[in-house]
Design a protein around this ligand. Structure first.
Ligand code: ATP
Length: 594
């Protein structure tokens, strides 16, 4: 083997055997072409490196890149947009998903979030046997997104690159879907086109949230101690009109919020050095509509709603402060059942909560807030209790986002410290009461009125019609067209009259119902619960109302008695403890004497 062949053997192993075979059978001496082959080999070798170098150079100096983090909601937005693009549909290697959202748990939309967008329920045949779940047939569309690699596509006349890669830096034990990275690139140093694209993705994604109230909950990210807002569900916005409350109260609440949220109001506040915040306190017995009104308000003003439970063991002052600092500029923050939040200890009025527990951990003097020296340490992170002073600091402090609407709800306004509900923190208080006559009739009508999209009252199952046999198509004569038109008009008129008659009947039944139900005794939730049991039979609801009232009265009395006994037992228990304590002291004193 000559030295040239030996050299080629290094670059192309087996070249020696190959060249001797060619020379034996084809009579071609490959050694004559060795210089040319060496040059060719070098070109191929160099081109691979040059190619990589050129791409890296272009990537760094001639291209713009948007990296999208998998733990950001933007991931969901981009993937949803990509899955609708032709290049993703045409892709020969793709990932088939029924859920395009990030695998990061805190970005998940609730599993059944989409359910109320589709028809759900069960269809029945003529014999009342279940056939199929109406929702399942339409739901869970399979979406396709390009697999790992580089994919080119056109957007607004520009060639863009979508890259989906595995993140090598992260630990290898996580699921593959959590280790991926996605990015979008464009040629040129101007990234405007990428920003436009990301904005489009966001707008399109948010279109599906129109007329829905998006609900976030404050808590800790799974497996971490990091506080975060989790999008937990989005619901069709509850119409404001469906919350039964004094019309003038509702109107003044709406007017107040409309004025506060007006674009010019922020400037008005800042000109006067007043923090741009507004707080509302909704108070009243359980089941009177406080939460419902909060959601309805958020839906009405198209604001997202952020719910925090101060009772959660994970909620301490630091976490609450972080959550408040991460609120968007305009949103509704809902602090539910504020009286149970450790500022007072129990939700139950009659409970034996000792005075020191019922009292806030701070005592307030007019104009000042002084920490009660006898109170336990306020920054008790493990108990999940938050001190009043810390809560006030968070609500007022720099961390608290300007522009937010704070809604606090409570069953016991009397248990709240004045500092918490003073003007500036709570600008408007709305009282909710047990149902009066007007409310009872309104609830009755709202349950039994036939609304758009309701099924006819006479039918409670969906019957599948057998496939209709088509009549031979023949163009109708002028008389036939007129007759059809007249018949349609008559039908519409009959339906209108029947509807009016039904409305009158429901109105009369509502009045009968209200006459039986004692006023200011039951909450709207209790009345609604009873009516729902008879939702297709208003007559039965009226006929059985008196019996229900009697039953409920007995139950309420029984419950009140049980609570009283429980409280008495608790008090006696406490007394026993004191006796024991006294006994211990006496024992100690005696043994000391002896
Ligand atoms: N004023 C009302 N108007 C319409 N529906 C109401 C009203 N009050 C209660 N309801 C109905 O009762 C149920 C419970 O209401 P909601 O949760 O709003 O009461 P709440 O006052 O917040 O109770 P809690 O103090 O126990 O949290 C809901 O289904 C709601 O539709």
């Amino acid at each position: 083997m000559n030295p040239q062949t030996a050299l080629l053997e290094v670059f192309f192993p087996g070249f020696g055997i190959f060249s001797s075979t060619v020379s034996r059978y084809l009579k071609i001496d490959l050694t004559l072409y060795i210089p040319a082959l060496i040059v060719l080999g070098l070109i191929v070798f160099a081109s691979q490196h040059i190619n990589t170098w050129i791409w890296e150079f272009a990537d760094q100096h001639l291209m713009s890149t948007a990296d999208i983090r998998i733990d950001d909601e933007m991931y969901n937005m981009v993937m949803a947009w990509i899955s609708n693009q032709k290049f993703a549909k045409r892709s020969r290697r793709f990932v088939a998903n029924t859920n395009l959202n990030s695998r990061m748990w805190f970005l998940w939309r609730e599993f059944n979030e989409d359910d109320d967008r589709d028809e759900v329920g069960v269809e029945f045949d003529e014999n009342g046997m279940a056939i199929a779940s109406a929702g399942k047939k339409k739901n869970k569309k399979v979406r396709f997104t390009p697999s790992f690699g580089t994919h080119y596509f056109w957007y607004k006349g520009q060639l863009l690159i979508f890259r989906r890669t595995q993140d090598q830096r992260q630990q290898s034990w996580g699921p593959v879907s959590e280790r991926e990275e996605i990015s979008v690139q464009c040629f040129g140093r101007n990234p405007t086109i990428l920003k436009d694209l990301l904005d489009d993705c966001r707008v399109e994604f948010q279109k599906s949230d129109e007329n829905r109230t998006i609900i976030y909950r404050g808590g800790l990210k799974s497996g971490t101690a990091e506080p975060a807002w989790t999008r937990c569900v989005s619901r069709v916005s509850r119409p404001f009109s469906t919350v039964v409350l004094d019309e003038s109260v509702k109107q003044s609440l709406l007017d107040d919020m409309r004025d506060y949220l007006h674009p010019m109001t922020r400037r008005w506040y800042s000109n006067r050095g007043i923090p741009y915040r507004r707080g509302y306190l909704l108070y009243g017995p359980p089941g009177t509509g406080k939460s419902s009104l909060s959601f309805a308000i958020a839906g009405y003003f198209k604001l997202k709603i952020y719910i925090v439970s101060l009772n959660s063991p994970a909620m301490n002052e630091e976490n609450l402060g972080t959550l408040f600092s991460e609120l968007p500029k305009q949103c509704v923050v809902l602090l539910e059942d504020i009286d149970t939040a450790g500022l007072t200890h129990t939700r139950d009025n009659n409970s034996s909560a000792p005075e020191e527990e019922a009292k806030p951990l701070v005592t307030t003097l007019p104009g000042t807030t002084v920490i009660n020296p006898a109170a336990p340490p306020t920054n008790n992170n493990t108990s999940g209790r938050i001190s009043l002073s810390a809560l006030l600091n968070i609500l007022d402090g720099v961390a608290s986002q300007e522009g937010r609407v704070l809604i606090m709800t409570t069953n016991h306004i009397d248990k709240l410290d004045e500092a918490l509900i003073r003007p500036g923190r709570v600008d408007m208080q709305v009282k909710f009461d047990l149902a009066n006559t007007v409310m009872i009739t309104t609830i009755f009508r709202s349950i039994f009125a036939t609304l758009e999209g309701d099924m006819p009252a006479s039918r409670n199952i969906v019957i599948r019609s057998p496939s209709s046999t088509k009549a031979p198509s023949k163009s109708p004569s002028a008389e036939e067209t007129l007759a059809t038109k007249l018949a349609a008009e008559k039908k519409a008129l009959d339906e209108k009259l029947a509807k009016e008659k039904e409305e009158e009947r429901i109105k009369a039944l509502g009045e009968d119902f209200a006459a039986v139900i004692p006023t200011m005794t039951f909450s709207p939730a209790e009345i609604q619960g009873y009516l729902l049991k008879h939702k297709r039979h208003p007559d039965t609801a009226v006929a059985e109302a008196a019996a229900w009232v009697e039953k409920m009265k007995i139950e309420k009395k029984k419950k009140a008695k049980e609570e009283e006994e429980e409280e008495k037992a608790k008090k006696e228990g406490k007394g026993g403890e004191l006796d024991e304590e006294t006994r211990r002291i006496v024992d100690e004193a005696l043994s000391a004497c002896l």
